[in-house]
Design a protein around this ligand. Structure first.
Ligand SMILES: [Fe+2]
Length: 358
């Protein structure tokens, strides 16, 4: 179910290598389901002990994988792939969504949500990513439900506010972005942990089959060329604070780069089409490069994937942008977790559950 909206011949091949699918066979998905249920039973990813349980489950699962399957996981783990889609997963529940979603807390505590979150945590571990949360984001919780709780969707919710938050808790369309924070991408800097290495998404409900869109960055960077890419490595950009941050925490940022060279993964990116801008006082070279990037992103062909309970999508957050349209069906609920790769060096506040200083 991978669809390119308007195939661009030049970049199609590059894009294809960046989007990979890992298919579970029946026996493997049964085993994964068993481990996910066991993890949900202790409270899911937020519970102390979930981290090591997910790790053990991943080790056990890997024993059942073929050489090709292990190679695919290795490629993502090494940071060489933009997206890894997991297919052939077991359905978690047959319960249909209610017409109006219940409040966030009661949704978060549902057993099926904990199962999906636990499964995501194990899938992340298969690619050597550890589930974590930031202290200043999503109330410090590892699991985030992506749904229209705060209005802005095509159809109004019961308590539609006048101003809609620009975050995954609203129904608004979200332009191409990587996940915040945007201070650095791989190694901690000036008291800030790097941005998430990965995000993984699955769907509890997606009744109208609304897709998630991903834009791999390598073809865009190829297209804009070396001089522009170099200009994007300068600390010439600023960003506005994210609406998902804990009230009073997190802040606007100045003098950050969009691209950086990294010894372990090659390049790493941070960008948000609705939060970033270029500093006023920079050279024309930098301003032109920024315009070229924005144009390249705007012209790129996103890959569309429709998440269900039977699939999950890990997005390499330093190599790909993601975006979505306005939410059309307010019953849509995705379950998201951030992952920290083996290359990332963050500022750790607590180990279990893993909490980082944002
Ligand atoms: Fe996002």
């Amino acid at each position: 179910m991978i669809d390119a909206i308007k195939p661009d011949v030049e970049t199609a091949e590059l894009t294809e290598q960046e989007i990979r699918t890992f298919s579970f066979d029946h026996r493997q998905s049964t085993l994964l389901h068993y481990f996910a249920e066991a993890l949900a039973a202790i409270g899911g990813p937020q519970a102390p002990g979930a981290k090591s349980k997910a790790s053990l489950a991943a080790t056990e699962l890997k024993r059942s994988f073929s050489k090709d399957q292990c190679e695919l996981l290795g490629a993502y783990s090494d940071g060489l792939v933009c997206v890894l889609i997991f297919e052939g997963l077991q359905k978690i529940t047959d319960v249909s969504p209610p017409n109006e979603l219940p409040d966030l807390t009661s949704l978060e505590n549902r057993y099926d949500v904990l199962c999906l979150a636990a499964r995501n945590q194990i899938l992340l571990k298969l690619v050597d990513n550890s589930a974590f949360a930031y202290d200043m984001d999503n109330e410090g919780k590892l699991v985030r439900l992506v749904a229209n709780f705060k209005g802005g969707g095509l159809i109004k919710i019961n308590a539609e506010p006048e101003i809609n938050e620009l975050s995954s808790h609203s129904g608004l369309a979200l332009g191409p972005h990587t996940e915040a924070p945007y201070w650095c991408a791989v190694s901690a800097k000036d008291g800030h942990s790097p941005s998430p290495s990965s995000l993984i998404l699955s769907a509890l409900w997606n009744p109208s089959l609304e897709p998630t869109r991903v834009i791999p960055l390598p073809p865009i960077l190829e297209k804009i060329g070396v001089t522009h890419c170099l200009a994007l490595t300068t600390d010439s950009f600023q960003f506005t604070r994210s609406d998902s941050f804990v009230s009073g925490k997190g802040e606007d940022g100045r003098n950050v780069s969009i691209l950086e060279f990294d010894d372990k993964v090659g390049f790493a990116a941070r960008f948000n089409s609705y939060r970033f801008s270029v500093n006023d006082n920079v050279s024309t070279f930098v301003k032109t490069a920024y315009t070229a990037l924005c144009l390249g992103v705007g012209e790129a062909t996103p890959i569309e994937y429709t998440l269900t309970q039977e699939s999950a999508m890990a997005i390499n957050n330093i190599r790909a942008l993601h975006c979505r349209d306005v939410i059309k069906d307010n019953r849509r609920v995705l379950v998201r977790i951030f992952g920290l790769s083996k290359f990332s060096s963050p500022l750790v506040i607590s180990e279990d559950p893993l909490l980082l200083q944002g």
